[in-house]
Design a protein around this ligand. Sequence first.
Ligand SMILES: [Zn+2]
Length: 226
Amino acid sequence: MSDNKRTGRGMFGKGYYIALVLCAAAIGITGYLYYRNTDAEDVQVSATQADTAVQAVSPTKEQDVAVIATKPTQSEQTVPATQPPAPQGALKTTAPVAGETVIGYSMEALSYNQTTRDWRVHNGMDVAAEAGTKVVAAADGTVDSIFEDPQLGTTVVIAHSGGYTTQYSSLDKELKVSVGDSVTMGQQIGVVGQSAMVETTLGPHLHFRVLCRGEDMDPAEFLKLG
Ligand SMILES: [Zn+2]
């Protein structure tokens, strides 16, 4: 028993030391290459895999080398670091209804609700439009659910790639889609109604809400995906 244990440990130990030696060798080679490069007058190293060019700017000996990563030039998508969770693939978006945004998204600051006469957050954007104005899917997706929200009225929920969900509320009851339908960007799902009980003073409008992986986000930002 104990012999086996020792043997097992011994073998593991050997592998460990081999790994250590390999690491040390890798560090040595990297270091060697680094010094060779910094000795050169104009250094330009191309990374073959990542499509990024590494450029040494004013390479004087023993000075730090500035590294500039250029943007990928080909079909790769770049997403600024400041954006919310990066969805993979390009999801195209379009405005769900033509009209003026009368109340914007406001989850941090309370805004006064004329109908309920109190201050509350607003998880979507309200776009005013005549009753009967066409409402379309803001992006390709699948109709996830349709329900009567006691506060926001007739609501259609569409799931999209990249973890996005869009919700269209205050619609007229007569809808053009059913649960499970695949929809394409710009396809009509219904028309503007006045079914949002908590927003009746706004008149006919669309209450448009967007979630990214279950978290509310500003629909205006979603529509910027273009
Ligand atoms: Zn609203």
